[in-house]
Design a protein around this ligand. Structure first.
Ligand SMILES: Nc1ncnc2c1ncn2[C@@H]1O[C@H](COP(=O)(O)OP(=O)(O)OP(=O)(O)O)[C@@H](O)[C@H]1O
Length: 298
């Protein structure tokens, strides 16, 4: 295995192909806005770029020839069936896992805030939300309060972590990620363990943070309705990239239809028909406002 590191931490990892990998999976070229050309240069304006990532474990390719770019101000969502390699791809992007081959470029200016898929709280260890946010000691009480304000969780500042609901826990984890002042937020299934209404609210929150902070967002989600409503680009993964691009394009791709069937087709139409109103967090209709720049409603 060979590796090359560029100055100033720009190229995190560049490995030549190993383990007898052939060329990228043939289905990884659907031409829906995401490049899958092994020779394509990483995007210059991306917060993070990956080219030709491969990870092989237990005799099979878990991530096979995947390209990825996330830029400021866009929400990119990874979808795919269980075991498709979504979390593994996130781990590769974060540098937690090392690919067998491929290239990951992260400019020195990129600051990542990460919200993990699972977070176990040991009820035997007493810790308030504020105490948790203060772990590591770099944030002031004011900064912690302000991050909790931003995620709509100020009122639980002094509650025990172990007593929080799923949605509250996710908000606290997002607040913790914001304390790093990220320009790239990576969330692995932020709505797992959250009910339907809470899920919609969480994605509203992610969209609000993207808008207000001009963040790039890389999201893993199973909820196709929300994905299709909130994402600027979708990457449908099944080891390799089945298809990718704007939600409309992805929804018309045969691989997407094969994986998600009727449920997948319905997911887009629910959100992308023309409409003259939006809905608030309680589901009540409201007029389209100036902030409904994406024209998304229900
Ligand atoms: N270190 C490893 N060794 C062997 N297999 C692994 C390893 N890491 C992940 N896998 C396998 O790779 C596959 C992809 O896992 P991953 O968690 O990335 O999928 P996912 O798309 O996030 O799934 P889910 O939607 O269920 O969360 C799974 O079958 C998993 O068991």
């Amino acid at each position: 295995m060979s590796s090359a590191f560029a100055p100033a931490g720009e190229i995190l990892l560049s490995l030549s192909q190993q383990n007898g990998h052939a060329s990228p999976h043939p289905a990884a070229s659907c031409g829906h806005g995401q490049s899958h050309d092994r020779d394509a240069a990483p995007a210059e304006d991306a917060l993070i770029s990956a080219r030709g990532l491969w990870l092989r474990r237990g005799g099979r390719d878990i991530v096979a020839g995947v390209d990825l770019d996330v830029r400021r101000g866009e929400i990119v969502t990874l979808i795919g069936p269980n075991g498709a390699g979504k979390t593994t791809l996130v781990r590769l992007v974060l540098g937690i896992e090392k690919p067998d081959s491929g290239l990951i470029v992260r400019p020195a200016s990129t600051r990542i805030g990460y919200v993990p898929q699972r977070f176990e709280v040991d009820a035997a260890i007493p810790m308030t939300v504020q105490g948790f946010l203060g772990l590591g000691g770099s944030a002031s009480t004011k900064e912690m309060g302000s991050a909790l304000d931003e995620v709509g969780a100020r009122r639980i500042e002094h509650q025990q972590l172990s007593k929080l609901s799923g949605g509250e826990t996710q908000r606290v984890l997002i607040a913790r990620a914001l304390l790093r002042q990220p320009n790239l937020l990576i969330l692995d299934e932020p709505a797992s363990g959250v009910d339907f209404a809470g899920e919609a609210e969480l994605y509203e929150l992610v969209e609000k943070l993207r808008d207000e902070r001009d963040l790039g967002v890389l999201l893993v989600s199973h909820d196709l309705h929300v994905v299709m409503a909130k994402s600027d680009r979708v990457i449908c993964l099944n080891g390799h990239v089945c298809c990718s691009g704007e939600p409309e394009h992805v929804s018309q791709h045969t691989e997407y239809a094969r994986i998600f069937g009727q449920q997948g087709a319905a997911a887009l139409s629910v959100y992308r028909h023309h409409h003259d109103h939006a809905h608030d967090l309680t589901g009540e209709p409201k007029p389209l406002g100036a902030d409904d720049t994406h024209g998304r409603g229900s």
